[in-house]
Design a protein. Structure first.
Length: 116
């Protein structure tokens, strides 16, 4: 099921890229500065722009829904804790080889004579 959603996401993404690239810029850019913007209203171009804008919004919403659907169908892939690496396991399993020396006190037989 995840592979189906991933394939649909790839297809929708490619279609969205193509639809965005086909659109004319609304500001006109340099062609608007030189008087080329008046030709965009001829020959039903306005209807084409409306269709492309609706197609862009539809594909963007479809992409969002598909991405959310992938996360709902298979949520466990991102939420599991990562396993420890082999180096971390070796560090945890290694017993400490160094032990602190235990200090022993001298017997109390060496008391000064005045204390007796």
């Amino acid at each position: 099921m995840t592979y189906l959603f991933m394939s649909l996401i790839a297809i929708v993404s490619i279609l969205l890229i193509l639809v965005v690239l086909v659109q004319n810029p609304k500001g006109g850019g340099l062609s608007g500065a030189f008087g080329g913007s008046s030709s965009s209203m001829m020959g039903g171009v306005k209807r084409t722009n409306d269709f492309l804008e609706k197609a862009t919004w539809t594909l963007a919403i479809a992409l969002l829904v598909l991405v959310i659907a992938v996360n709902v169908v298979n949520p466990s892939q991102g939420s599991e804790a990562l396993p420890d690496s082999q180096v971390n396991e070796e560090i945890d399993n290694a017993a400490p080889t160094f032990q602190a020396p235990v200090q022993q006190q001298a017997p109390a037989t060496d008391l000064p004579e005045a204390a007796e």
